[in-house]
Design a protein around this ligand. Structure first.
Ligand code: IMP
Ligand code: MG
Length: 185
């Protein structure tokens, strides 16, 4: 079957939905061990919406009845479109909740240069949380511009542009239930 792909030449599966689900269960178990209570999840939109929704259900399914997470969303915008993120970041949509005194888990789709997460971390830290940890589904090594690490990492992936499971190319492909690699030209 041939499909016409939006803005790309080819699409290949890198991480299957079954592999994602298994890994998310493990991350959820690790996270609920670390956060016995008062977990405030800060999900960075848009890329982490699918990961966040599976992760919180997996946290529930660990059966750890002391972990009752709350969830809020923040949208950061970085200028410029395309396959590399640019340097300037701002808060385009802020949290509704107050994070002061809370144990915060920032959830993002992918850690690449680290700029996005470093920015989010600083924004949250200024609000005096009790603690801040970071969970990312994917980590692409070799591009780090800022010294920041995630406490929970789903998969370390090769240096390719990936889409699916919330991640986009030009806002396409977020709906894919797997992580795929697109060839752009
Ligand atoms: P960083 O600020 O360079 O760490 O980049 C993080 C952001 O860039 C992520 O939240 C994504 O929105 C985007 N990004 C980086 N690599 C990819 C990719 O391979 N596919 C889709 N988005 C990506
Ligand atoms: Mg993103």
């Amino acid at each position: 079957m041939t499909q016409k792909l939006p803005n790309a030449k080819s699409l290949e599966i890198l991480i299957s939905s079954a592999d994602i689900a298994a890994r998310v269960r493990t991350l959820a178990a690790n996270i609920s061990d670390k956060f016995p209570e008062d977990l405030m999840i800060v999900s960075l939109l848009r890329g982490s919406f699918m990961f966040t929704s599976d992760l919180i259900r997996a946290i529930h399914n660990t059966g750890n009845r002391t972990a009752w997470p709350q969830v809020d969303f923040m949208t950061l915008s970085s200028y410029g479109r395309g396959t590399t993120s640019s340097g300037t970041i701002e808060v385009a949509r802020d949290l509704k909740e107050d994070v002061e005194g809370r144990d915060v888990l920032i959830v993002d789709d992918i850690l690449e240069s680290g700029r996005t997460l470093a920015y989010a971390y600083d924004v949250i830290m200024k609000r005096k949380p009790r603690s801040v940890k970071i969970a990312v589904l994917l980590e692409k090594p070799g591009h780090r511009k800022v010294d920041i690490n995630a406490d929970f990492v789903g998969f370390v992936i090769p240096d390719k542009f990936v889409v699916g499971y919330g991640l986009d190319y030009a806002n396409y492909y977020r709906e894919l239930p797997y992580i795929g690699v697109v060839t752009l030209d």
